[in-house]
Unconditional design. Sequence first.
Length: 140
Amino acid sequence: MTQQNGIDEWIEVTEYFRYIEDMIERNFKQNYGISLREFYVLYELYKAKDKKYKINDLIKEVKLSQSAMSRLIDRLRSPKKAFICKDMSKEDQRATYIYLTEKGNNIIQTLMSDYRKLIGKVNIEDIEMLVRKVKDANPS
């Protein structure tokens, strides 16, 4: 594989992933007013042990800055959405936990179902091809 072909292949892979993410984002925005990044945060909270996360740990998990996470939490806590709650830790006053509300738990269930349906539209052979391309580009 030439250097140019390697670049072309990688661009093709990233464009395909971007297409899939854009498709999911459009669906979530149009149907629920939720961004893909908000989905990722709700999903991590759904999967979390004890169904809560320290905000600083969640920042590392979803790779957001402190300020971006603060804005995202504010949106998810807004009266319009009310998908999460925020509480100070009883053990460590410096730590703040966030967790899903009942409404948040309901919406993540719906979003996960939609996510599966949307991903189901993606050709499995295309996914396998992308995985091979990524592995070829990053030999271990």
